[in-house]
Design a protein around this ligand. Structure first.
Ligand code: GLN
Length: 289
């Protein structure tokens, strides 16, 4: 860190100026924005506070914490893991290295799912592999009449999701530990099952980029074609969906056709795909007959 006076106090303006210099070398970032996001998270104040109080002094402890945040960021650790939070569907979520960082394209999954849940109808929904719980939480907040079961294979991940549900005051979500359908109660079918499973192919170059190496690989990688987990889910869920109920899956931009044909082979009907904001195939739904 260049010249940031560690043992004495520093003003907000000076800390930001030095941070911008430090962050300038990281590819694909807006240094001022990142510097402000990190400092406002540290101070637990909105970014407007930094602009309003440039002469405010940071304590030596705050200065030291800010330096260590910047050092983590210069190793390309994703900013969401440094601040510990990421927004999704206008809700704020705790994220940790045990969870994926929510992606904007996952809002497509929430949107398509909501289209299948009429207002006021109390459906039973399962979100398989919930991670930080963003999908379950978004649905639960939009459709408070529904009961949602959020599952994950990893106990530490499920604890993050539970903290998020609790902090957001969502009491229509329960959790269960286990892999895909193993987490589901036998003999109690759901009206809708949704999932954003791992779907990146082993050897896909983008696993090495954009902070992905910092994220849980179990939540990203899924065999040679990226379809191992999607196939498992399509195979195991028909027993757990009511007749006429839906399976709705997020997948890679180039997997739409294969996912549609896997659903067809498993006997699903009314299969349709939604596009994300970049216009790519991203979410496919099928109805269990
Ligand atoms: N959409 C994520 C990415 O491309 C992958 C998420 C997933 O595998 N479910 O980085």
């Amino acid at each position: 860190m260049p010249r940031m006076p560690q043992e004495q106090t520093t003003t907000i303006a000076l800390a930001l100026e030095l941070a911008i210099e430090k962050l300038a070398d990281i590819p694909d970032t807006i240094p001022r924005l990142e510097a402000e996001v990190l400092l406002s998270s540290l101070l637990d104040k909105p970014r407007t506070y930094l602009v309003a109080w440039p002469e405010m002094q940071l304590s030596p402890e705050q200065t030291e914490s800010f330096i260590s945040m910047l050092e983590r960021r210069t190793t390309h650790e994703p900013i969401a893991y440094i601040t510990g939070y990421r927004e999704f569907w206008s809700l704020n979520f705790e994220v940790t290295p045990d969870t994926l960082i929510p992606r904007p394209e996952t809002e497509t999954l929430v949107e398509l799912t909501l289209e299948h849940i009429p207002h006021g109808i109390p459906l039973n929904i399962a979100d398989l592999g919930t991670g930080s719980g963003v999908i379950a939480a978004a649905i639960a907040s939009e459709r408070p009449q529904c009961s949602i079961l959020a599952t994950d294979l990893s106990p530490s991940t499920l604890r993050v999701a539970e903290r998020n549900f609790h902090r957001l005051g969502l009491n229509n979500i329960q959790t269960a530990l286990g892999e895909w359908c193993h987490a589901l109660p036998p003999g109690k079918p759901f009206d809708i099952i949704i999932s954003n499973p791992p779907y990146v192919a082993e050897g896909d170059g983008h696993l090495a980029q954009n902070g992905l190496p910092w994220e849980p690989q179990l939540a990203l990688r899924s065999g040679d074609d990226g379809l191992d987990d999607i196939s498992r889910i399509i195979t195991c869920t028909p027993n757990h969906i009511t007749s006429g109920g839906w399976l709705i899956l997020e997948h890679g931009f180039d997997q739409g056709e294969r996912v549609r044909s896997l659903l067809e082979q498993a006997g699903f009907s009314a299969i349709h795909t939604s596009h994300d904001l970049s216009g790519h195939d991203r979410v496919t739904a099928g109805r269990r007959e």
